[in-house]
Design a protein around this ligand. Structure first.
Ligand SMILES: C=C(O[C@@H]1C=C(C(=O)O)C=C[C@H]1O)C(=O)O
Length: 377
């Protein structure tokens, strides 16, 4: 159809707009090529670093150096991109740089898209190889047999507390694995299904996830029954196979199993976070903002725990976590797990460790590692 003079599409404003868009897109095309050149230059330098490490026998993954890289970048960052976006970009740049040196194999508690898998991807990015295992013990075993370079295991959840299976494995292999990094993952549970909410009769999820959403589920699905399964991702898989069922699982599980999200963020507590440990053959070098994880066993006598805690107090060391765990080999005795601020190379940490060596029946430094940022920070 021919355009008349009164046709608004014929006036010059849209033409100008279109021309402006072409100019701006031209700028983006140029910038993209420049970015591409720079990221590949960065990767070439990382490859050279890899050669130096191969000659000197250094590890490909350095949690301390990666923290330094991220701190430098975030300090300089002024927007307009969000911090989350910048972190995601650098996570993948670093992931690719590691893979150029040597592709890292990461063992995690499966199945795919479990929260352990999401935590592992948050730490190691898309360029790593991920090996899922059926249980937490197998993550440790994969590492000890050198089938994996690193393992990712859950330590504690803000709602459910400690993860017993992980602590038990540290007790079983006290000297064979070290914590080299920690990951804080915000756990966001969603209700996933391929039917309407009113049609849901059964809800599957991991026991802990069902318990973390208990109030929401009973209020919003009064006619449904709740069934614990081995993982949230497995629950999502089951939804594909049965009618009128839903799963409590992650957004990523919804994408993987092609399910709709009926309700978002259904956990009863708005803050739900799981802390994971990255385990490897060695721990991390000092960054200046570090934590140390320790496991110790004390005699079953009055005041022995108080004496240990006093040693921390006297050296002005802040404890960030403490858990007691029954020691299987001696009835009534306990093993304690503590996390505290500082690196094992710090003078005051060395002092407290020396005191503990004298006081305790056994002391194992599980590792020093950079303080994790909160998910999204
Ligand atoms: C390049 C290095 O190797 C790895 C990759 C890093 C990066 O891409 O910046 C940083 C630390 C290492 O995990 C390095 O050690 O500097």
């Amino acid at each position: 159809m021919a355009r008349s003079k009164s046709d608004p599409s014929s006036n010059s404003a849209p033409d100008k707009g279109a021309a402006h868009l072409t100019t701006l897109r031209g700028q983006i095309d140029k910038l993209d090529l420049h970015i591409l050149e720079l990221v590949n230059k960065r990767a070439s330098v990382a490859a050279q670093i890899g050669k130096v490490k191969a000659d000197q026998g250094g590890d490909v993954f350095s949690a301390a150096r990666e923290e330094e890289v991220l701190t430098n970048v975030l300090k300089a960052h002024e927007g307009p991109l969000s911090t989350v976006t910048v972190k995601a970009i650098f996570r993948e740049l670093i992931s690719g740089s590691r893979a150029i040196q040597k592709q890292q194999k990461i063992a995690y508690l499966g199945p795919e898209y479990s929260y352990s898998h999401l935590a592992a991807i948050q730490r190691f990015g898309e360029a790593a190889i991920y090996n899922r295992t059926a249980n937490i013990a197998a993550v440790f075993e994969e590492l000890i047999r050198k089938h994996a370079d690193f393992g990712v295991v859950p330590l504690e959840n803000s709602t459910d507390g400690r993860v017993v299976d992980t602590l038990e494995m540290f007790m079983r292999f006290p000297d064979q694995v070290k914590i080299c990094s920690e990951i804080r993952l915000r756990v966001r549970h969603h209700l996933l299904a391929n039917c309407a909410q009113a049609e849901v009769r059964r809800v599957y999820s991991k026991e802990q996830a069902l318990s973390q959403c208990r109030n929401w589920l009973s209020k919003n699905l009064p006619n449904a029954t709740f069934h614990p399964v081995s993982s949230t991702a497995d629950a999502a898989r089951l939804v594909q196979t049965e009618p009128n069922v839903a799963a409590v699982a992650s957004r990523e599980a919804a994408v993987r199993y092609n399910l709709g999200i009926l309700a978002e963020n259904i956990a009863d507590s708005p803050f739900n976070e799981t802390r994971f440990a990255v385990i490897g053959a060695t721990d991390s070098t000092k960054t200046g903002a570090d934590k140390t994880a320790l496991m110790f066993q004390i005699s079953h006598t009055p005041g022995s725990l108080a004496d240990v805690l006093t040693a921390f107090k006297q050296n002005k060391i802040n404890l960030t976590w403490i858990e007691s765990f029954p020691f299987r080999e001696a009835k009534g005795e306990y093993v304690f797990f503590v996390d505290f601020d500082g690196h094992r190379d710090d003078t005051r940490v060395k002092k407290v460790l020396a005191v503990l060596e004298d006081m305790c029946e056994s002391v194992t430094v599980l590792g020093s590692f950079p303080l994790a940022r909160a998910d999204g920070e």
